[in-house]
Design a protein around this ligand. Structure first.
Ligand SMILES: [Ca+2]
Length: 355
């Protein structure tokens, strides 16, 4: 091998070593030797039943901690000054609603540093949901071209909202015939979702447009629109607040004037969250929600988010679906105290009884 060739090979080797060994070593991030001053004595996230008192503890691992505080979400639970050793405390989960909360241990060190150790705690329901069935009492015709997203009575008149871009509308529907006596369409850029009627105004949310339209109930003319953040699925109201689902386990209570969030609940049973809550109805102090893609309606305690009952709607689906899609539409008429169900593009709307 000539000298030139050997030098060439050595240069290539040096380049390979520099590219694949030395440069990556230089770029490797340095691991900081951070001292953990305090930590919870449990590593896993917790699942706890509502109403339970849970003994928990944390360890102090370094000297010179001025204070340690335990928070659940943003609420301060307790402060320990100059903590030492292992510290035990009791978490009373009945003071929080159901759902996922963050429990954080925040320690303040003498050097001004603040350290946080956090875990997730899921608060599950302490009640087993009652099993019920939706019994079909009577069948009416439903416009099978209606991709139902909202269904509600007001002063004995049935209102229905429908979805899909270019097909979204609000209509007044004659219950006995299924005929739409008055209707107004949405611009094709909007995908309509749930409706609810409060103070003679119809509130209609949209799926991903983050816009709520407010109509005059009598004329069906849009009065204004309000923006919100996130997806819109179902709506109902309790006479004071607009109650909204977004496809998760969270239900949001909103001010009807400003649409600002007043409070939220997370819907849980004894096992975990109930997600995909869709069309809603407020009946005698309870929220009823049908679950997207299931033949199931659940009854929810609006204060805590507990699932109180689970209603099997398979007989209703058999009786009403036809060639349509999923169950979606619960309407209670306070005038005759009757409940009605339908679904997206269903051929029938059924009067039902939950039993
Ligand atoms: Ca409804």
């Amino acid at each position: 091998m000539s000298r030139v060739k050997r030098i060439g090979i050595l240069v290539v080797l040096a380049l390979i070593i520099a590219t694949f060994v030395i440069v990556p070593m230089l770029n490797k991030p340095k691991i900081e030797d951070e001292i953990i001053a305090s930590e919870f004595t449990f590593q896993d996230n917790l699942a706890v039943t509502f109403g339970k008192k849970v003994p928990l503890s944390f360890k102090i691992l370094a000297d010179g901690i001025l204070s340690s505080k335990v928070y659940v979400n943003d609420s301060l639970l307790k402060t320990w000054n100059n903590p030492k050793g292992q510290i035990s405390f009791t978490l009373d989960v009945s003071i929080f609603g159901l759902g996922a909360k963050t429990i954080s241990l925040v320690s303040n060190l003498k050097n001004g540093e603040e350290q946080t150790d956090a875990r997730l705690i899921r608060i599950l329901s302490d009640e087993s949901p009652k099993s019920m069935n939706a019994i079909v009492l009577k069948s009416f015709v439903h416009n099978s071209s209606s991709f139902t997203q909202g269904l509600e009575f007001s002063d004995g008149i049935l209102f229905e909202s429908t979805g899909l871009n270019g097909k979204s509308k609000i209509a007044k529907v004659q219950l006995e015939t299924g005929i739409q006596t008055n209707e107004i369409g949405l611009d094709a850029t909007y995908f309509g979702e749930g409706i609810t009627i409060l103070n003679d105004k119809i509130f209609q949310i949209t799926w991903q447009n983050q816009k709520c339209f407010i109509y005059d109930k009598n004329t069906l003319q849009v009065q204004k629109d309000i923006s919100y953040i996130g997806e819109g699925w179902g709506l109902c109201n309790d006479g004071k607040s607009i109650i909204m689902s977004d496809g998760t386990e969270t239900i949001t209570f909103r001010n009807p004037e400003t649409f600002q969030i007043e409070r939220t609940i997370e819907v849980y049973d004894q096992v975990g969250p109930r997600v995909k809550l869709n069309e809603l109805e407020y009946i005698n102090g309870r929220i009823f929600a049908n679950i997207w893609m299931l033949d199931v309606i659940i009854e929810i305690d609006p204060k805590t988010g507990k699932v109180l009952s689970e209603i099997d709607c398979s007989d209703v689906v058999k009786a009403g679906k036809g060639t349509g899609e999923v169950l979606n539409g619960i309407a209670y008429n306070p005038k005759n105290r009757k409940t009605y169900l339908t679904g997206k593009n269903w051929s029938n709307l059924l009067e039902v009884e939950f039993k």
